[in-house]
Design a protein around this ligand. Structure first.
Ligand SMILES: C[S@@+](CC[C@H](N)C(=O)[O-])C[C@H]1O[C@@H](n2cnc3c(N)ncnc32)[C@H](O)[C@@H]1O
Length: 303
């Protein structure tokens, strides 16, 4: 195994007990998904790429196998996480105080509710993830935090997500809500109709709501690099599919894109003084956009 480790990540078995205690090892879970020590998970691999500690040897091995050939995966992880911070600050400044975070990921530095609460102390955040250990870690972190919930659900089932107590009981969809689909749609294959899924979330939102999307796309990656990335993720419960820009635009159906539109991740409203991007614009191999749901949308629903 190539010994390529992001800064701050130790090697060895202790890492299998993040934060000094074992991860939830209950098997089963949503659609039979449980914590499988033999199988890497997208959430934990992403955490490892960011230098986090909530990952197992199997996740590190999967990333370490890929990194020498596709170092871009780490650049992407940093760039999409930075985009998440910028987009939350932007949405708070636009008056949004309710967030539905689909595919929220392992709790790590700069969680959505922490960034939000720096701007709006009364804001509400509903986290949703399909990975049981993401949910158990998040619940532990959030214990006693008012106005923030975490729901174990599959974002491909919008009606289930929207009816869940942690979502329906927290967010008021008669007012604007920001739906965050940050780096989760690559895990929704075309066969599951991601555009139809995003339409169903949209149809539950009032005018003035927003949708934020980031998505992997091969800007500098070769065909072989894309194949290798997709191959490694085939061994997870959530295989990865990169998409081209036209296809990514369809994932914001009926939304008006706010400036600067659908652009490479570091180009979406960069904040030069905050976490200044060290990576070149294209090497993140990801695109980002934020859509706004205008009033006229009410007339063209089902379009
Ligand atoms: C790359 S991580 C992104 C985490 C976070 N959104 C961020 O930007 O830092 C992708 C997350 O999506 C979750 N995920 C994948 N497919 C999902 C699905 N169908 N429903 C809910 N979550 C899903 C994974 O478990 C993982 O936590």
């Amino acid at each position: 195994m190539t010994d390529v480790r992001p800064p701050g990540v130790r090697s060895g078995g202790a890492q299998d007990e993040p934060h000094g205690r074992p991860l939830n090892r209950i098997s089963g879970g949503l659609h039979g998904r449980g914590v499988n020590m033999q199988c890497p998970s997208a959430a934990r691999m992403f955490d490892y790429c960011l230098g986090g500690t909530a990952n197992f040897a199997v996740d590190r091995q999967a990333v370490d196998r890929l990194l020498p050939e596709v170092p871009e995966i780490q650049v992407y992880a940093r760039a999409t996480r930075a985009f998440l911070g910028r987009v939350i600050r932007f949405l708070c400044d636009r008056g949004i105080d309710q967030f539905l975070d689909l595919g929220s990921g392992m709790p790590t530095v700069g969680n959505v509710h922490e960034i939000v609460r720096r701007r709006r102390a009364d804001a509400r955040v509903a986290y949703v993830d399909v990975e049981p250990e993401v949910v158990s870690h998040s619940k532990e972190l959030l214990r006693g935090t008012e106005g923030v919930t975490v729901t174990h659900a599959d974002m491909r089932e919008p009606e289930t997500v929207l009816a869940a107590q942690g979502v329906a009981g927290l967010l008021d969809f008669s007012r604007p809500v920001a739906v965050l689909a940050v780096s989760v749609l690559p895990y929704v294959p075309d066969a599951d109709d991601p555009v139809g899924i995003m339409r169903r979330y949209r149809d539950n939102c009032s005018p003035g709501s927003y949708l934020a999307v980031s998505h992997g796309t091969p800007l500098t990656m070769s065909v072989d690099q894309v194949r290798s990335s997709e191959y490694v993720y085939q061994s997870t419960h959530t295989p990865l599919a990169m998409r081209g820009s036209e296809r990514i635009r369809t994932l914001l159906p009926g939304y008006e894109l706010v400036d600067p539109g659908l652009v490479p991740l570091p180009e979406w409203r960069p904040e030069p003084d905050v976490n200044a991007a060290q990576d070149s614009t294209y090497s993140a191999n990801g695109l980002a956009a934020v859509g706004y749901l205008p009033n006229e949308m009410l007339d063209v629903r089902n379009g």
